[in-house]
Design a protein around this ligand. Sequence first.
Ligand code: F6P
Length: 747
Amino acid sequence: MRLSLRFIVPLGLALAAIAYAVVPLVDRLTLQWFVRDLEIRAATIANAAQEPLATLVREPRAKSKVSGYLNRLVTDERIFAIGFCDPAGKLAYATATFPPALACPRSEGERRGRLEQLAEGPLHVSANPIAADGEVLGDLVIVHDMSFVQRRSDDTKKYVVWLFAAIAAVVALITVIIAEISWRGWVAGIKRIISGEALLGTRESLKVTAPELRPIARDLQALVRDLEAERHARDESQVTWGPETLRGVLRDDLKGDEVLIVSNREPYIHVRRKDKVIEIQRPASGLVTALEPVMRACSGTWIAHGAGSADRDTVDERDHVMVPPEKPAYRIRRVWLSKEEEQGYYYGFANEGLWPLCHIAHTRPVFRAQDWEHYKAVNRRFADVVVGEARTEDPIILVQDYHFALLPRMVREQLPRATIIAFWHIPWPNPEAFGILPWREEVLEGMLGSSILGFHTQFHCNNFFDTVDRFLEARVDRETFTISHGGDPTEVRRYPISIEWPPAALATQPPVAECRRALRERLGLPADAVLGVGVDRLDYTKGILERFMAVERLLEVEPRWVGKFSFVQAAAPSRSSIDEYQNLDARVRALAERINGRFGFAGYQPIVLRIEHHDAAQVYEMYRAAEFCCVSSLHDGMNLVAKEFVAARDDLQGVLILSQFTGAARELVEALAVNPYDIEQSAAAMHLALTMPPAEQRARMRSMRGLVQDFNVYRWAGRMLLDAARMRNRRRVLSRARAARREAGAA
Ligand code: F6P
């Protein structure tokens, strides 16, 4: 009612004001019409009276005849009086009612009709000449009673007021009905916005909103996004991310929800040595380096392939083992694969197919139908294990890497309410490159079962958008970074991975001087030897051959380093049953040998090649002992060696030479960036690194360390988990709103 009054009162007032202004106008108009009417009437009477009056006036005893004639004329109800003025302007004849106050007209102006307000009331007076044979005999003065005009005017005013009142009533009624209908629509729309349905950030969600409210919903979407971004930015900029912060996110934002990780590689491998003793190995894996500290902070379950020779001997009856061994914090759930399965899924499809497909390192991918079948079967097996391990219907599942492209969709089918965050640790190629995969649609569809899909760089996200756009019937929204392909949309985001800060391995490291001394002694190098280091899996994407060629070129163009400078390469054997890797192994060894043959001499080797597993302590000692670290990947999603080297140098010395084709190069801009294919440039960078003044090293290193410290792996995981929390929260709001609507509908 109040809403209706808001429309009716101003409407009524406006119409009253209009009526107030219109009534005098109408009054004046009707008066004018009447006056004109009377003038015509008077002229008509005068014309009619012309002849008889002229005759009568000229007759003898005219007086009684004229008076009689005038008295007859005056019987017309509207005529109040009639008089006849002689040419001298004297009233010669008049009816008894002729007002004494009226005088005969003396001028043309006075002959024209005029209004007079006399004691007898309002009167209209007009004079018309009476003539005969060209002689003017006098003026016939006709006086009309105007009191009827007053009555008519009063009536008109009344009608006008009633008319306006009626218009006001009809308009008010229509307005109230339309306002009421619109109001209900708006209220429903606003309720929908508030409930979150229109704030989902998708075009579909906007469509459910009334058209008038879409701008509001759009603004609110933008506001929510800004607030979220601001909140995240605040979280990320104001908080120093560490294990405790991550635990806080799990506790406060995710309300302690269950977290499951799935990866091919397990973080702890139990291996039986030749002497039958079981030892624990930590694999050389960027993925494990990044996720292990996260898992220690989050607890939960890590599902992985049990590949160690003693893995089966160390699990319980449910294939679980608690880790880390020194302080158990989470559990590994091992999944067993047969030799054929491992061959087809891991070596075959993942590492001879997807790996070279996604890395632009000019190694041709191999796709075998049998490998694909194994890949599908193993993904299915892992998906079933995930579902079996889940204690709730909506766990948070972190799916790692290209080994499990199909798993998100498979899990989604069984746990529709799960929050699935898939992270692709390697680059994503452009659509042309990806398009050669015979099962490209299945792979993309599998990945789009995720709630969130992460890549290291925006470039890889954009490549993914382009690829989906090219090969699937999907809605790709680059404004909200979402892809909808049946079911819930997938958010595609950039999450640059990192390492823990401070790195655990650094805690047990002796001072830099001691590391320098110990490494040189262990490698049989002179105490004053100048060192460069490389730490990699033995993989053709890492640019190890190009790096060695750069060392060779350095020694050619700067012979002063011969005998003084050595490059130490730690290479962890990797995927060694694949031909390409065996070839690489042979070529790396041969090249090192050739260069050593060319520049080496007794007691000096320019390249110190160690193809073996190194534990974290050994790797950190190498980082700390070297003048520079060279990361020359031909293509790399991120490359955590670059970040580890920076983290290891708490003395603020040492130079990082970094391939521009790594994700890390986008963050560590103070490194010496190189194109690893440009051997001259890499050799020049090595020389520059060896001659860089300590002050410049310090400035560059300080800046890079600040970045790695701030953007550590806890922040990487935290950002994904916060995004998952936001998503889960939205879903809860929506399902509450839907339930409320259902209830309201039922009532
Ligand atoms: O770079 C991709 C990746 O999966 C990393 O996450 C990991 O460091 C590496 O490959 C390990 O490879 P693999 O498990 O085959 O030894």
